[in-house]
Design a protein around this ligand. Sequence first.
Ligand SMILES: [Zn+2]
Ligand SMILES: [Zn+2]
Length: 137
Amino acid sequence: MAELANCSRCDAVFVKGMRDICQNCFKEEEAAFDTVYRFLRERKNREATLQEVVEATGVEQMLILKFVKQKRLRTSQFPKLAYPCTKCGEPIVQGELCEKCVKELKDDLKRFEKTRSVEQKDESNEPSRTYYLFDKS
Ligand SMILES: [Zn+2]
Ligand SMILES: [Zn+2]
C-alpha cells in the first residue's frame, strides 16, 4: 500500500519510498550533487572549504553537508568539507561532537542516571529506557 508523505524540502505530497524528498527535489539534488562533485574533482579545488564550495557552485550548505553525511562526498577525499569535533578533533559534518563523543556523553549520562536512581532507591519506579540511534542516511 502506498504511503503518502510530505517532501522534507518543498512540502509537496508524494508517495513515500526510499527517500524523504519528492521526485522533483530528488532531481534537483542530483543536479546539485553533480555540480558540487564536478567542482571538487578538479585538483585545485580538492582543498576547498565548505564556504568556498557554496560560493563557487551556488549549492546550499545544508545540501552539501547532506551529501557528506550520505558519504557521497568523502571527507577523507575532501578534508576541508568537515570541521573538527570540539572534543577530540575528529572531522565531523554536523553538530559539535563526533558520533563517538556523543556516545560517550550519552553513556556518561546513563551512568549518572543509574547512580542517581540507586541513591534514591526507587529503581522499581524508574521506567527502563532504551535509546535507539537510527541513522537515516
Ligand atoms: Zn520536494
Ligand atoms: Zn569527538
